[in-house]
Ligand binder design. Sequence first.
Ligand code: PGA
Length: 254
Amino acid sequence: MRKPFMAGNWKMNGSISHVKEFIDGFSVSEEVVKTREIVICAPFTLLSLCSEYGAGRKPYIRFGAQNVYFEPKGAFTGEISVAMLKEAGCYCCIIGHSERRQYFGETDATVNKKMNALLDGGVLPVVCVGETLEERESGRTEAVVSGQVKGSVIASAGTKDLAGIVVAYEPVWAIGTGKTATSAQAEEVCSMIRGLLNEALGETVGNGIRILYGGSMNPANVDELMAQPNIDGGLVGGASMKPADFARIASYVE
Ligand code: PGA
């Protein structure tokens, strides 16, 4: 059984006061706490506060970063290492988000190096993949997404233990647009990703990897998306800023 992984991605949003309001305002049932992983990926500068403020109040909320650099230390002005994330209390780290691929030149090769560094340092990688609208409309969804999965993740098969990593399928056209993929569209791609992972890593590892859907997930569509057999969680942008909305998403009804 794959434990559902419900993650918020605050992107470049939030503040010290928002962290406190969010943690104070977030509430889910004990059953949800026991059966699901709940994560907030906050900006770097808020991570230590998130861990410290959350620990005494909502210890079941785990925290993650939205990017990392693959080198362990040195003259890389502006970058953050895996060890720094760990010290700030990070459980996981998003890598290869489409906004980073689009605006900051992230490639499958750099995402793969980041994944390897996270695995070596004991921080859980959440590797994002997804096609643009143009790629979908020209019938290239499978080619694009499978290329990303191979280049970012499967490239490390045989050299890294990939059991337990998280992959997030986020169609770029659904991110921040209010336009969600239908549950059938999302399942189609997530099951294709599962097939690739099973083929490359074997079914024991492949079937244990959690595949998330991301792209305008919200309280109204989460139940249907989470009912799909190969969707094991969500990566939630806009709706994860509001504690009540994110609590409802994490409490999706099976
Ligand atoms: P969204 O963002 O939920 O606001 O569409 C998702 C994401 O980019 O991870």
